[in-house]
Write a protein that binds this ligand. Structure first.
Ligand SMILES: O=C(O)CCC(=O)C(=O)O
Length: 404
């Protein structure tokens, strides 16, 4: 038995031991095993394994290598050989500790972080960014108030933004949050789970930055942001995700999110048809994890039964992708997630309207002034370059990466 366990990696052991456990017990078991493994490997509990508030924060106050610049393959093909300028090369590096929950931009790149591959962090970030694929041409023409319009105008799907290694870190972190919510270690309005466990019952939600009411609550508060309720602030890992999305030109620097909702959908869970409340400005952004699922869209969505919704069109949301809702796609079309066939997690990041900020809210300085990567039209000799797509396994040393 011991021999057999030794032959498995950590994830396989976790999977084998927790298979069949309910969604309450699985994160708890994961957490316990991880703590034992960390204890064994370091002789004492690693800071990332502790579940105290302070250590949870500390474990994610980590140094994300942001001193680089990149382009996705389209802009690289327009601009490869051009200099990449990083206007915020010194942006907000906090602490030096490496952590289990660090998002490192070179994760998953062939050759990993070994120094022999000869790539700088900037070059690795270029490669990662070049792997992001963007789709913006969603079309569904519907007649609205007597006019034919594209009700999906404004939607964008960016795939490959968070790679499998990063997804795993983020999901593990979310399980830890879920566990802490269950233990009553998060603020009361941060964590909520549906009372009844049946198909179409809803989903677990974890809110950061503001308390959002989906429907009139028992105190009579209307739907929207409840300004006098407090929830926990955005965790550092989620801020790292936001920084990446801004740097990679996914999130405009004019609309940097200051709140988010984590949705944990167990099998059968759903979110009914809705248009997001205007207490949040547009655009807003949904990142998907664990399992691909379809988001159903249209001006007229049908409720067929518990968790069963239908509509004129749907878009598949791959894991690691960022789906942007803006324009008609956010405000004319409704959207919903019908009952999922297997567990899925999403994080929807949103910026609050200034006039709806919670009374005790103060902007997070780490999220102020993040700048997107910029590609200047010159190569290292000051000449314009030929346009070509970067060789992903090729020599990125050709790229001259300037820092301010
Ligand atoms: O889970 C998703 O992809 C959608 C979430 C959503 O629509 C919401 O939180 O309002």
């Amino acid at each position: 038995m011991e021999e057999m366990l030794r032959s498995l990696n950590k994830d396989e052991i976790l999977e084998a031991l927790s298979h069949g456990f309910c969604h309450h017990c699985q994160p708890l078991l994961h957490e316990r095993i991880r703590t034992i493994l960390l204890k064994n490997s370091s002789g004492k509990v690693n800071e990332a394994s502790s579940s105290s508030d302070e250590n949870l924060e500390r474990s994610v106050l980590v140094n994300m290598p942001l001193n680089g610049s990149a382009s996705n393959s389209d802009s690289l093909s327009r601009g490869l050989g051009k200099q990449c300028d990083s206007p915020d090369s010194t942006f907000s590096l906090k602490g030096n500790r490496q952590s289990h929950f660090d998002l490192s931009l070179n994760d998953g790149i062939s050759g990993g972080s070994s120094p022999e591959n000869g790539l700088t962090e900037e070059e690795k970030e270029c490669i990662r960014y070049s792997q992001v694929h963007i789709k913006k041409d969603f079309t569904l023409v519907e007649n609205v108030n007597g006019r034919d319009i594209n009700v999906l105008q404004g939607l964008e799907l960016h795939t490959g933004v968070f790679n499998p290694t990063e997804q795993k870190k983020i999901v593990e972190f979310i399980y830890r949050l879920q566990w802490r919510g269950k233990q009553g270690k998060l603020k009361e309005r941060t964590y909520s789970e549906p009372k009844k466990w049946m198909r179409g019952k809803g989903r677990v939600t974890i809110q950061f930055g503001c308390c959002y009411n989906y429907a009139k609550d028992k105190k009579g508060n209307p739907p929207g942001i409840i300004r006098d309720e407090e929830v926990d602030p955005l965790p550092p890992l989620f801020k790292q995700m936001i920084k990446r999305m801004v740097r990679w030109n996914i999130v405009p620097s004019t609309c940097i999110p200051d709140s988010c909702i984590v949705n944990i959908y167990d099998q059968g869970d759903c979110i009914p048809p809705h248009i997001d409340h205007h207490d949040f400005v547009r655009p807003f952004y949904t990142v998907s994890f664990l399992n691909e699922c379809k988001i159903v869209l249209g001006t007229n969505l049908q409720i067929l039964g518990p968790g069963e919704f239908s509509g004129p069109t749907s878009i598949s949301l791959p894991v690691g992708s960022v789906f942007i809702l803006n324009g008609n796609g956010a405000d004319v079309a409704k959207h919903c997630i019908p009952s999922v066939s297997s567990r899925r997690i999403s994080i929807t990041f949103r910026k609050m309207d200034d006039s709806k900020l919670p009374f005790k809210f103060s902007p997070d300085p780490e999220l102020v002034g993040i700048k997107p990567l910029i590609f200047s039209p010159l190569n290292k000799n000051g000449n314009l370059q030929n346009q070509h797509v970067p060789p992903l396994n090729g020599n990125f040393k050709k790229l001259k990466l300037n820092k301010f």
